[in-house]
Design a protein around this ligand. Sequence first.
Ligand code: SER
Length: 312
Amino acid sequence: MSILVTGANGQLGTILTEALRSKHGSHKVIASDIIRPKGHQTDPFVMLDILNVQRIGEIIADYNVKQIYHMAAILSANGEWNPQKTWNVNLNGLLSILEIARLTEVEKVFFPSTIAVFGPSTPKEMTPQEVPMIPTTVYGMSKVAGELWCNYYHKRYELDVRSLRFPGIIGYDSMPGGGTTDYAVEIFHEALEHGAYTCFLEGQTSLPMMYMPDAIRAIMILMDSDTKNIRIRSGYNIAGMSITPSQLAAEITKHLPHFEITYHSDFRQKIAESWPSSIDDRQAKEDWGWQPQYDLSTMTEDMIQQLAKFKE
Ligand code: SER
C-alpha cells in the first residue's frame, strides 16, 4: 500500500511529505505536483496536474494508493488574479480526488481547509466551529464548498475524509506561495538577510498563525485518530497563536536588535481584515486531543535559530 501527496512541492506539502516518509518509509509516499521539485523532494515523485482525472486514477492504481493527502490548491492572494481557474483547480481537483477515492480502494483522504472559509459576517474573536461562512475570496469560497463536499462524501458514501481549517503556517524549510499570511514567513528571511522588511499588511492586523511542526503534528494526530472520535467531517477549527505584524516584529527584535519594519499595505489587507483574529478550537481538543506546542516566543526563537543555520 502507499500514500499519495498532491501539491507535494508546496509550503505544507514539502514538509508533510518528509514527515510521512520518516514515518512510513520513503518508498511508500508518492509525492506529486504540477511542477518538478527543486531539490527538496526525492523519489518517488510523479508529475500530476490535479485537473487530469485519468492520470490521478492511473497513479492510484499503479501505486496501490490507500491514503491521499490532497494539498494541491491555489491560495487566497494568488487566487484573486484568476478566480475561474482557482475555483476549477481547488474545487474540481478535490471532487476528482473524492470520487476516485470512493470508487477505488482508497481508505482515507486528508483535505486542508483554512481560516479563509470565514468572512466579514463571521465573529472575529474566538471564532466558533459553526458560524456563518460567507468568504470574500474565491479561495475561501472553494474551501467552504470543499468542506461541504467532504462532509457529503462521508455521510453519503462513508468515505473516511478528514480536514483541518489551518491558520497561516510559519516554517523555515519551505516558502508559502501566494497567501495573505505569507508576510509571517517573509519577515524572518528579510530580517536575517537585510535587517529590514516592508510588510504588505498593516501593523495591527491580527491573524491566527501556527508553527509548521504543530501543523504537521495536527495532521498526523487527526489521521491516526480512531474514526469514532472524528465527529466533524467538514473542517476542524485549530489554533496555534494569534499575532499582528508589529508583535512579530517586536519579538524578532529581541533576537536581532537592529531589525526594522515598515508598512506598505496592498490588496491583501482587505482579505486579512475579512478573516478572524483568533479561533476557538475546543472541538478539536475534545474530539482527538489537539494541543499546540508553540507560541509566538518559542516559534520566533526556533525560526531564527533554524534559518541562521542555513545562512551560515
Ligand atoms: N495561508 C493561507 C492564505 O493566506 C490561508 O489558508 O491564503
